[in-house]
Design a protein around this ligand. Structure first.
Ligand code: PRX
Length: 656
């Protein structure tokens, strides 16, 4: 991360808003100023007006914000609405009824389009199928699917009947799926026989079967299986049912159930600095409002756009910006099933040209990977349909920013580098394409209604420019998480305890420049960001320690050209395994991490050592390990180190 901070510190370029973009933008400078003023003067009125104007309510709310149980905030709590109704049904009036809601391209090149009317029908068929399988309001339903329209249909069907979905990324292992099934006590699991990835099949149903072994503590009674790859699978009698059979006799009429604004819409697991991933849950109305508004403001979505967010629905980006935000706006959403460079590195650019995609939202790691493949790949295609580019997941280094802006955006598209998190529900700090000039590497300014601050160790506001500190949010917003599933204490501890419950603490550090632009500086906790994916060091360490040969492990991040950060693991072997073949062990440990978490958590570098550097009180000195992993000279004070001789050994620890 340090290299990107260094290069952003010397970054001074600025790209003004293109005049023709500003003229047509959903949000212009005057509206931006007015919204900011309203939000500052009367936040309840500001949020209340937006929620009335942009959402359709079954029962209107009277109360905007309830803060008596803060930080367990409640928004619009006496109102009722249905999220699926807002995302689909309300677009059935008039011409948008027959416009494409989803355009999907399979990895094999097959294309399917669903209009809003067709999506409405499919969603209702499946919602009735879920009801028929016994799913009731408040039940949890797990979704472990490829990127196919049915994944979106399943999410919306849950929302329609008030079931709480928990989408598990298809790249996660059986073990990770098992943990999420146990924690949510989901009654139904929706999956597929397999998923296509770079021409190969990811055996989703086989993973599901492993996750569902009887001895596990899950509550799944029914598995609904979509046929996608034609892979041979076992269908367990009385438990498993094909998607087609589950929907066959169903009526295509399933009324949307009005939900309380605060009823949870979904649970999504994300990594923290300690323990297992935690189940962040979001509300119905507040979350929908924020994902919708940010899509409208930051991406400037218009009825004629073909909009593509490349994230998988298994991540928050897929929830807010593949499904809920764009559909609530009545947009045409493009979905792609497979691997980005398959069958060759111009797949993205070919699809943009083929489908006339006008808004592209992707991640710095993808941009860097494409950049490395060379300009000839995008040059082969007509990218003139693009009018706006977005980025999310990690800091974008100015070099990647410039390439994205010039080579992909032809120098004419505003770039929205959006800072936010699973917990925030939607964008928090991002340039507004019709208002804010771009500075490569900066996420620009907080959105209207968002009060982002930088504070020092004591919690005092840092006002001086270019001084780093904790990034905090000091006012509630409707899209904020409502808690950690089943663990309110962890919610308080994780996000609020650091500064006496005064601020939401994001876990990132940031600085602000003289124009008040925010520059993200990376995590301040033991959370790593590998290819835009959040991973807890503790999670990876416990996967390593679960191997019989391992006594102890410590994982740190090292800068990586493409991934942003890569994992380096320091591993201490048990006595009787010290003579084992290190290459074989390295391979076994990588396999172990893949099995327990998923391939995204596989360490790039594994170093075997006799002990780990610890303070006299027994704490692992991670900063020291980080320096060693990066090959830096040690500048830290090592006087608290229990055994100084360890340094020499670590420097030469054998790599695998
Ligand atoms: O460290 C920040 C980084 O990703 C974290 C959130 O990860 P997750 O909950 O998985 O959500 C990712 C998609 C929203 C943040 O705490 N991050 C996200 N976007 C940016 C970023 N860092 C710098 N710049 C960004 N644009």
């Amino acid at each position: 991360m340090s290299t990107s901070i260094d290069s952003t510190l010397s970054e001074t370029r600025s790209f003004p808003v293109p005049a023709d973009f500003a003229r047509q933008a959903n949000l212009d400078a005057e509206m931006f100023a007015r919204l900011n003023q309203q939000a500052a003067e009367d936040p309840d009125r500001f949020w209340g007006d937006l929620a009335r104007r942009h959402l359709e309510w079954a029962v209107p709310f009277q109360l905007v914000l309830e803060a008596d149980q803060a930080p367990f905030y409640r928004w619009f709590a006496d109102g009722q609405l249905n999220v699926a109704h807002n995302c689909v049904d309300r677009h059935l009036r008039g011409a948008s009824r027959h416009k494409a809601a989803l355009i999907w391209e399979g990895e094999d090149g097959a294309v399917r389009t669903l209009t809003y009317a067709q999506l409405h029908r499919e969603m209702q068929l499946f919602a009735n199928a879920l009801k028929h399988q016994g799913v009731r309001k408040g039940d949890r339903v797990a979704i472990y699917m490829p990127m196919v329209p049915e994944a979106v249909i399943a999410m919306l069907a849950c929302a329609r009947i008030g079931a709480i979905h928990t989408v598990v990324f298809g790249g996660f292992s059986a073990e990770a799926l098992k943990d999420r099934l146990e924690d949510t006590q989901a009654r139904v699991l929706i999956t597929a026989d397999g998923a296509w990835r770079a021409g190969k099949v990811v055996p989703l149903k086989r993973h599901a079967d492993q996750a569902l072994l009887r001895e596990h503590g899950h509550a799944v009674q029914r598995v609904i299986v979509l046929r996608r790859t034609g892979t041979e699978i076992d269908m367990q009698d009385g438990r498993d049912i094909w998607w087609g059979d589950a929907t066959a006799a169903m009526s295509a009429d399933c009324p949307a159930l009005p939900m309380q604004a605060e009823d949870p819409l979904f649970i999504l697991y994300t990594s923290g600095s300690t323990g297992k991933p935690k189940g962040v849950f979001h509300s119905s109305a507040g979350y929908l409002l924020w994902s919708m508004l940010t899509t409208r403001w930051v991406f400037d979505v218009k009825p004629e756009d073909v909009y593509w967010c490349t994230a998988d629905v298994g991540w928050i980006t897929g929830h807010s910006y593949v499904v809920y935000g764009p559909l609530a706006n009545g947009a045409t959403v493009f979905l792609y099933e497979g691997a980005p460079m398959y069958p060759q590195p111009d797949r993205f650019w070919a699809m943009i040209a083929r489908h006339g995609i006008s808004i592209l939202y992707t991640a710095p790691t993808a941009i860097r990977a494409f950049m490395k493949m060379g300009d000839e790949w995008p040059r082969r295609h007509d990218l003139s349909s693009l009018r706006l580019l977005g980025s999310v997941g990690e800091p974008m280094n100015p070099e990647a920013w410039m390439w994205y802006h010039q080579t992909i955006g032809g120098g004419r598209c505003p770039v929205a580098d959006t800072w936010w998190q699973t917990e925030t529900g939607g964008h928090m700090i991002a340039p507004l394409p019709g208002v804010t000039a771009n500075k490569p590497g900066s996420c620009a300014l907080p959105l209207p209604g968002i009060s982002a601050r930088i504070v020092d160790d004591q919690g005092n506001f840092v006002r001086a420019p270019d001084v780093g500190g904790y990034l905090v949010i000091d006012r509630p917003w409707p899209g904020m998480l409502r808690g950690i599933w089943g663990d309110p204490a962890r919610y308080l501890e994780n996000y609020w305890a650091r500064f006496d419950h005064r601020y939401y603490v994001a876990g990132d550090s940031a600085r602000r420049d003289a124009d008040d632009y925010f520059w993200m500086m990376g995590r301040i906790d033991d959370v790593l960001n590998v290819s835009g994916h959040r991973l807890g060091t503790a999670e990876v360490e416990s996967a390593l320690v679960a191997h019989p040969a391992v006594a102890e492990a410590a994982v740190v991040g090292v800068p990586h050209d493409i991934k942003g950060e890569a994992l380096c693991a320091f591993v201490v072997l048990k006595h009787r395994h010290q003579g084992d073949d290190r290459d074989e062990l390295g391979a076994a440990l990588r396999a172990q991490v893949t099995e327990l978490i998923g391939a995204i958590a596989r360490p790039d570098d594994i170093r075997f050592t006799d002990t780990l550097p610890k303070t006299r009180s027994g704490k692992i000195m991670r900063r020291l390990l980080r320096s060693i992993a990066r090959g830096e000279t040690i500048v830290q004070d090592t006087s608290t180190l229990e055994d100084e001789g360890i340094l020499q050994q670590l420097g030469t620890a054998k790599k695998s």
